[in-house]
Design a protein around this ligand. Sequence first.
Ligand SMILES: *[C@@H]1O[C@H](CO)[C@@H](O)[C@H](O)[C@H]1NC(C)=O
Ligand SMILES: *[C@@H]1O[C@H](CO)[C@@H](O)[C@H](O)[C@H]1NC(C)=O
Ligand SMILES: *[C@@H]1O[C@H](CO)[C@@H](O)[C@H](O)[C@H]1NC(C)=O
Ligand SMILES: *[C@@H]1O[C@H](CO)[C@@H](O)[C@H](O)[C@H]1NC(C)=O
Ligand SMILES: *[C@@H]1O[C@H](CO)[C@@H](O)[C@H](O)[C@H]1NC(C)=O
Ligand SMILES: *[C@@H]1O[C@H](CO)[C@@H](O)[C@H](O)[C@H]1NC(C)=O
Length: 485
Amino acid sequence: MRADSAFLAGVLLSTCPAARCMVISVPSSAPPDSADVDPALVSLSIEFFAFPDYVTQLAGTANCIANLAALRGTSPAVRIGGTTQDRATYDASLAVAVNYTVGSPADAPDTLTYGPAFFELADQLEGDVTLGLNRQLNNQTNSLEAAQRAAQTMSNLFAIELGNEPDCTLYASNSPIVPEGMSWDPDTDAASEEAWFAAFAPMLGNIFQGAVYISWTVEDLLSRIGSGISNVKTVSRHSYPQSACGGASTNLEALMSHSGIVSYTSQFETEASATRAAGKPYLFGETNSATCGGGGISPTFGAALWIVDYVLQGALVGAERLYFHQGTISNCAYCFWGNGTVFSPYYGAVFVSRFLGDDGDRIAMLDNGTSAIGAYAAYAASDELLRVLVTNSNYFNGTGTRDNTTISITGLSTSRNGGVHLLRFTAPAATSEVDQGAAVTIGGGGAFNPTDCTPSGTQTMETVAIVEGVAKVTLRASEAAIVVL
Ligand SMILES: *[C@@H]1O[C@H](CO)[C@@H](O)[C@H](O)[C@H]1NC(C)=O
Ligand SMILES: *[C@@H]1O[C@H](CO)[C@@H](O)[C@H](O)[C@H]1NC(C)=O
Ligand SMILES: *[C@@H]1O[C@H](CO)[C@@H](O)[C@H](O)[C@H]1NC(C)=O
Ligand SMILES: *[C@@H]1O[C@H](CO)[C@@H](O)[C@H](O)[C@H]1NC(C)=O
Ligand SMILES: *[C@@H]1O[C@H](CO)[C@@H](O)[C@H](O)[C@H]1NC(C)=O
Ligand SMILES: *[C@@H]1O[C@H](CO)[C@@H](O)[C@H](O)[C@H]1NC(C)=O
């Protein structure tokens, strides 16, 4: 079998230079190194203070979530949290969901209060909800009061976080929780998480999301928390491949590079295994492309292609869910949608959800991760091969020649005489921004209405012939496609 496919690859490549051609062999049932796919693999993180406005002020929120739910058969999970969870104080008598003042609508508040109505809004979400509460202000009574009210109100409450990125400079010497004259390190944080979970668990159960680290490894917590692990429900890592903080420069070509994504996500394989060994789900509990405003690369079609590839690699390294962060409305480069806008990255979330479908149970990577071409297969729970996704991450900036690569997909059933259908995901360039009027499309015309995120346009499938079990798909630089079997 192996010799046959190597021989076939040789024949196919003999007529085409290596740079322009690639052969991908598709196993007819899920191979041993395939990964399980959670129905809420593509999930959302919404910044704490902005959450009420997302669900009450933005027409897009409900439909953008519903579109993803329709494709996967399960609503995305939502984590409500972020930097401002650690600035928030619960006020049981507050008549509104949240109260704060900011100098400009683009700012996040330095301090805020929230009330019981906050949890009533959270309860309306369809999917699992993880709620991020405050630890940094060191008022256990206040966060416990909030957690108990949340547990009474929210039938969808999945997990509770106590503190956000304590490993970051956020837990600095002026933080009430940091003892006078001391700094915060893995020992102090693990002891603190353990003590807070133990204090809350008798009233709330073992419902805590541990770690919530962005720079330390989650093993820093797992190796120190001891029997406190019994209070932990899930373990969260925050992941941003790039940063635009402090004037750091970003690079779209590097972000979307298939081999770059494979290499970046591989760093999490060890902690994912350690988390699984501890019997807990491992999550990318907050993630997106580039921190601190996104450096101009985040609202692009290239970032949408990054999402497609990154979600699948995330699953392959053992992340059960990736919660894509949605920040301050009107000041959020990587957001999926905003006020009267649906951004390019959302199209990537939709496209990868279309690939996984409501029947995709396992995925396998079909290439070796060293080139710009990525290939994946989705399998049903019955092991049946459902779909293949191919991506050409070569960077096209909109000027000059747009190169292309022909991918010969082998191992397909020769009984499919009518050929297979292909759904293409494309745009004029990697730099295209749908909010700037560029045509980012699925199936030639499929798009989303900017005001309310309802689907618009028409998706059309291309037909690709199968000749002796081989389907040839040509992808231009910065383009992806799903082969529907
Ligand atoms: C919000 O906070 C401000 C400042 O503390 C206060 O004046 C106002 O009454 C609060 N609003 C509500 C609805 O409680
Ligand atoms: C902590 O929270 C409780 C309950 O919400 C409140 O009564 C108390 O004043 C707070 N303590 C501090 C030091 O802010
Ligand atoms: C949305 O935009 C409209 C029009 O510019 C503005 O009045 C409204 O305050 C914005 N809403 C939010 C939640 O930013
Ligand atoms: C990975 O795949 C590429 C392209 O198919 C091939 O040129 C390369 O030799 C492979 N590398 C390894 C380590 O197998
Ligand atoms: C786009 O790519 C072309 C060809 O690779 C290069 O010459 C040009 O400088 C690039 N333009 C921008 C704006 O990066
Ligand atoms: C692929 O590139 C070749 C060589 O530049 C070109 O002749 C062909 O038209 C391109 N095909 C597509 C679909 O872009």
